[in-house]
Design a protein around this ligand. Structure first.
Ligand code: NAD
Length: 473
């Protein structure tokens, strides 16, 4: 049982003013594995004040100094990889193979930001002017539970690379991971107040950060509903805002695709992170003429997927993070059935033989139309919809007929054809015949999947504002 009773403000671990105790669960067993003392509004204000004090000096550090800091942070995070992996499995329920990737990702984002910073020119000429990219000020960074450590490190890396100072509000459900990250980053020896980590509720700590006049920039990853509320509140002080929100990504299987290759990719795209992924390809668009063949392949493939103990290396789907999330996924499976979609794999309840834990059966519906609730709303669980289309034009139309636009997948034996389709999809990223991640490329959503971009140069510039200094040459 882990007791977490400190937050991190002004370079020190301090006891929060807030005194609410919040249970942390192992989602695979439903047992309480830890307890965290949550911060409150007063703690958030202290953290913002510390970040504000640190900003003038930090914003004047040079590129070399900040590259060195990011490298030290990377080394400190890399040295905690095993502990972080263990926490991700215990507290979040990610299968070990995924947890390993997540633990590595949390340190990789720091070295990647160092690389971007090294190559970035903060000033350039535009006619008479010298255009200087200036850090925005104090950044408020708010993260969800589905990759908490990675989001903390990724957002912080970009903010610090730009010369901003930061107040981080991680998911309250991920406090064990947050503790490991905080201890590692503390060891990196940054100046006091440059980053502050305040675990608390969204309605208290989060609300304080998003409304505080001393916070100039917000970077939020989470649900579209909360993202909209943040944007409304941020308007009061005209904060710059980056929002990484939900998705309902299409995976378009073109009629020439080889199912030997595409079925495993489409299933992995749909079920990644146990389905708790904003980028999951949950609407699989399949040509009507090959629907029966595709369904048969999917049923076979799903039969080989293990949903259960995340510590078993053969497991690819772990539990949902919470009872609330489990209930939500069950509700959507019921809605799918009620609205007339045809279950071809999985269904309600826990997987066969699993008695405890927030496990869901990997579930696939066919005969889904794009107007059904399960095709329109983000489920955030291992529930996929197969939607048949007549021709490529209709596939593109269905793919774009969604309020979201985070990611899309196109699978075809003809790469040129797939690229042509990709060019017509409204999404921040389109993956053609691959599931690869590219950290140098921008990441973010069209439409209601968000505003702005993370990663690479675009992610760095999200924390900067151009200033033109004009004078005679
Ligand atoms: P959430 O929106 O409920 O919470 C996200 C974070 O915001 C948490 O830290 C929460 O405490 C905080 N929060 C909640 N209310 C707040 C408020 N009023 N003011 C300030 N902060 C507040 O989302 P979640 O359930 O933690 O995560 C799942 C969602 O995140 C899904 O919808 C998913 O699609 C989305 N997500 C998006 C991306 C992306 O990059 N686009 C990545 C992962 C997850």
């Amino acid at each position: 049982m882990q007791i977490i009773d400190t937050i991190y403000i002004d370079g020190a671990f301090v006891t929060p003013h807030g005194n609410e105790l919040f249970d942390l669960f192992n989602p695979a067993t439903e047992q309480v594995v830890g307890r965290v003392r949550l911060a409150d509004e007063a703690d958030a204000r202290d953290a913002i004040a510390a970040a504000k004090r640190a900003f003038p000096a930090f914003s004047r550090t040079n590129k070399r100094e900040r590259v060195d800091m990011l490298k030290r942070m990377h080394a400190a995070m890399a040295s905690r990889k095993e502990a972080l992996l263990e926490a991700i499995v215990e507290e979040y329920g990610a299968p070990v193979s995924l947890a390993r990737w997540m633990a590595e990702h949390a340190s990789d984002v720091l070295s990647e930001a160092a690389k971007v910073l090294e190559d970035y020119a903060f000033a350039h000429r535009a006619g008479l002017a010298e255009v200087v990219m200036q850090p925005l000020g104090v950044a408020g960074l708010v993260t969800p539970w589905n990759n908490n450590a990675g989001f903390i490190c990724g957002k912080l890396a970009a903010a610090l690379a730009a010369g901003c100072t930061a107040v981080i509000k991680p998911s309250e459900m991920s406090a064990i991971q947050t503790r490991i990250v905080t201890e590692a980053l503390h060891e990196a020896g940054l100046p006091r107040g440059v980053f502050n980590i305040v675990t608390g509720r969204g309605e208290t700590v989060g609300a304080q950060i998003i409304s505080h006049p001393d916070v100039a920039k917000l970077s939020f990853t989470g649900s579209t509903a909360v993202g909209k509320a943040i944007l409304r509140t941020a308007a009061e002080t005209l904060k710059r805002v980056t929002l990484e929100l939900g998705g309902k990504s299409p995976a378009i299987v073109l009629d020439d695709a080889s199912f030997d290759e595409v079925v495993p990719l489409a299933i992995q795209a749909g079920l990644m992170n146990s389905g708790q992924a904003c980028i999951a390809g949950t609407r699989i668009l399949v040509p009507q003429s090959r629907l029966a063949e595709f369904e048969a392949r999917v049923v076979e493939a799903i039969g080989g997927i293990r949903a259960g103990d995340p510590r078993d290396p053969r497991t690819s789907i772990g539990p949902m993070v919470s009872q609330k999330q489990w209930d939500r996924v069950q509700r959507y499976i019921r809605i799918g059935i009620d609205e007339g979609a045809r279950l071809i794999a999985g269904g309600e309840g826990r997987p066969h033989g699993v008695e405890a834990g927030w496990f869901v059966r990997p579930t696939v519906f066919s005969d889904v139309t794009n107007g059904m609730t399960i095709a329109r709303e983000e489920i955030f669980g291992p529930v996929l919809s197969i939607i048949a289309y007549r021709d490529t034009e209709e596939a593109i139309e269905i793919a774009n007929d969604t309020p979201y636009g985070l990611q899309a997948y196109v699978f075809s034996s003809d790469v040129e054809r797939a690229r042509e389709v990709a060019s017509r999809i409204d999404a921040g990223r389109v993956l053609v015949n691959t599931l690869a991640h590219e950290p140098a490329a921008p990441f973010g959503g069209f439409k209601q999947s968000g505003i702005g971009r993370e990663y690479g140069t675009f992610g760095l510039e999200a924390f900067l504002e151009p200033k033109a200094v004009i004078g005679a040459p």
